[in-house]
Design a protein around this ligand. Structure first.
Ligand code: PEP
Ligand code: MN
Length: 336
């Protein structure tokens, strides 16, 4: 439930409402707004009887929110969240962010070459996986901490923040030591223990949609992070499993405008894992930005034919710089 206070409600009236909520055994989270304060009610199982609240002085209305996510919803938090990573701002009112780099960190040379390519083309954040969730156990599993060092060195040399995936709670310390943004991958979107732990730290988090997750499940997963106190969350649509085998996944672009309606969190799109095909990555990147995505994450490898992972969907330097030059033109049309 969301309790909306009158615009002239006093601090004492807000406090009295909080006390009344807590007396019901629930938590009250005040949400100060430009016009008026609202109080989010958390911890209820099902409908909350509002008779003890709705007639208290200063209360304008009680809105019943039945969604499994509240902190993530626009009902509770009408203002868009902008996630800051150093001087970079990701969210409404800021130019879309471009995250790029290889699927996996393979060597210092590969990472440095990738960093130089993506930096020169105008990317803002460098990606690279050190802990890789591979479908089969015989595939390259990533370089672990050694890889994180190569990623950090390449990011520092190119002057870029870096993002990498965390798969297990035990990796939290090491990943936080090297990365500016933590990625929770599609396969871990509902790893609730991991979400809770990552919610307790203050690093920005990129949460990818699970391949068979509904939008409600996706937002409920993000709720775990916010419920633990970490609201620096960026959502990422990366395609879902459908009956269609011609693309690796099916890019659900309508999720972008829908999530922007339902939630205050920024949302970006990963066209590489969504399509699995290099030839489709550019056009779907542009489509994502037209749909209102706050950014894209694209796999780029200095030599995709030799990539240890996801070469078929990776752009090379030339392909990526062509894409970013097209994006610059597009952003002009979009008013950036
Ligand atoms: C990745 O970004 O490297 C990745 C494994 O993506 P996803 O979790 O979306 O499959
Ligand atoms: Mn990949």
């Amino acid at each position: 439930m969301l309790i909306v206070m009158e615009h002239n409600a006093t601090a004492a009236q807000v406090r009295a409402v909080q006390d009344a909520v807590e007396a019901m055994g629930l938590q009250a989270a005040p949400i100060p707004g430009r016009e008026r304060t609202a109080i989010g009610v958390l911890g209820n199982q099902g409908y909350v009887d509002d008779t003890a609240i709705r007639n208290l002085p200063g209360v304008r209305e009680c809105i019943h929110v039945s969604k499994p996510y509240k902190l993530v919803s626009r009902d509770f938090h009408p203002e868009s969240t902008v996630v800051e990573v150093g001087s970079l701002k990701i969210g409404d009112g800021h130019p879309p962010v471009i995250i790029a780099g290889p699927c996996s960190i393979e060597s210092p040379e590969q990472m440095l070459a990738a960093a130089r390519i993506v930096r020169a083309a105008g990317a803002h954040v460098l990606r690279g996986g050190a802990f890789k969730p591979r479908t089969g156990p015989h595939s390259f599993q990533g370089l672990g901490e050694k890889g994180l060092k190569f990623l950090r060195q390449a990011g520092d040399e190119a002057g870029m923040p870096v993002i990498t995936e965390i798969m297990r709670i035990e990796q939290l310390d090491v990943v936080c030591r090297y990365a500016d943004i933590l990625q929770i991958g599609a396969r871990n979107m509902q790893n609730f223990d991991l979400l809770k732990e990552v919610g307790r730290i203050r690093h920005p988090v990129l949460l990818k949609r699970g391949m068979s997750a509904t939008i409600e499940e996706f937002l409920a997963a993000a709720e775990y992070l916010l419920a633990e106190g970490n609201s620096r969350v960026i959502l990422c649509e990366r395609g879902i499993r459908t009956f269609e085998p011609s693309t690796r996944n099916t890019l659900d672009l309508s999720v972008v405008p829908l999530v922007r309606e339902l939630s205050h969190l920024p949302i970006i799109v990963d066209p590489s894992h969504a399509t699995g095909k290099r030839s489709l990555v550019g056009v779907m990147s542009k489509a994502a930005l037209v749909a209102g995505a706050h950014g894209i994450m694209v796999e780029v490898h200095p030599d995709p034919a030799k990539a240890l992972c996801d070469g078929a969907q990776s752009l090379d330097g030339e392909g990526f710089s062509l894409l970013t030059s097209e994006i610059r033109v597009l952003l002009g049309y979009l008013g950036y």
